[in-house]
Design a protein around this ligand. Sequence first.
Ligand code: ZN
Length: 505
Amino acid sequence: MSAINTILKELLEASHLQGVEALLGWDQETYMPEGAGAARSEQISYITGLMHAKLVGEPLTTALEELINLDTGELRIMTLNDRETRQVKEIWRDYRQEAALPAKFVTDLAKHASVSQQAWVRARKDNDFKFFEPFLEKMVQMQKEKAGYLAKGETAYDALLDQFEPEMTSAKVAQLFKELRTRLVPLVQEVQDVKHRVNGSILTKNYDIDKQWDFGMSLLKSIGFDLKKGRQDRSAHPFTTSTHPSDVRTTTRLRENDLKSALLSTLHEGGHALYEQGLPIEEYGNPLGQSISLGIHESQSRMWENLVGLSPSFWRFAYPKLQMKFPDQLRNTDQKQFYSAINRVRPSMIRVEADEATYNLHIMLRFEIEKMLINDDFPVADLPQLWKDKMEEYVGVRPKNDSEGVLQDVHWSFGAFGYFPTYTLGNLYSVQFFNHYKEQVAGSEELFARGDFSALLKWLRENIHSKGRGRKAEELLLEITGQALSAEPFMDYLEEKYRLIYGLS
Ligand code: ZN
């Protein structure tokens, strides 16, 4: 067997294990009985150990060494074409990350991530940070240890960020955030001065949960989510996971007095799911069959959630249907009023429910806090206070308790430090992609207004999804749009949209 065939066989087997692990994780968040928590953590940890052993095992290592210098990344074979070169380089990148971690550390971390996530669910429900604190404390220590093994980039935080957004650095993120803040803060302020112009109370009437669920499912179908190759369930924190492009699972959460939350989180996760379903199946089991980065993943979810789901043309299509679903609640609200209501800008506590404008302020404070935890040994016990202070500084509101403060997000509980910036990167990417799509496909607004999203999906499939991990994030952006990543197109979009909604000059 040639070296590349040996590698692909080992990677495919590791992908099978990863699929199993994803399914265990999905089940833990959806249907697992509470009492199974400890056993589940052991199962996940064991599968992760098998996966690690496969990914750094002798067959793969020996074969990879034939193709590439494992220390320097220099190719040993000169006959590879572009695709094969990219494939080997990406396999090498993954190998280096995996091989840097001791086997025991990998299984310990997987186990703690599962245990700690379960502790977070309880702590959030009971508004009890003290209960969660030792789990988080241990997780922060483990992430610092991990950063030490990976030892990439300028700081410990950079090493963690690179796992989610390859080749991104915290210095680059900080620069983008600075550009963003310069225009964002005045815009939010201007809107606040005339906030009475938009009333959002229509969204917090009583909306039957089952009807909300049905409406969300119909939207998923409308945007092209293939229910023969996926499903939606409920969880405490909405997420999307995939065991294979033919099995992509999303979740949502529903509340009776909040129409916007489930609607938009369904579209958000639907965007992730469309990306996963559109990955090149013929590359399944090797890096070229995977998504590029979480920033690009978020560009897909945020595009469907915001650029589609919060657009006037989308509501020309969806509002009459929503009105039919909830005639009593929506009878006296016209489409224009509803559009304004669902786009209301209001500084608020919860990131996933934030409007498009203030959303990025939530990310900025998380980025600051993460860096303090990972680079500067900021004490975990002081987090609730820091969170409240930073919320006041960045968003202008102060959480009353930790459930709506530091405990609101799942990410830190399972060790995803360095993940948050990818949300804002996704927002920036999404607008740059979407602007280009609109230039290339005429009449997209008319299509949306008819409930036809197929041209957008086709464009995303061709330009982004089907390319798998064949390029770096910024290469893809440059290739498609001819532009570098920038905060300006996003801010142009926001200013134009919200000046119109709030009647600003
Ligand atoms: Zn997302």
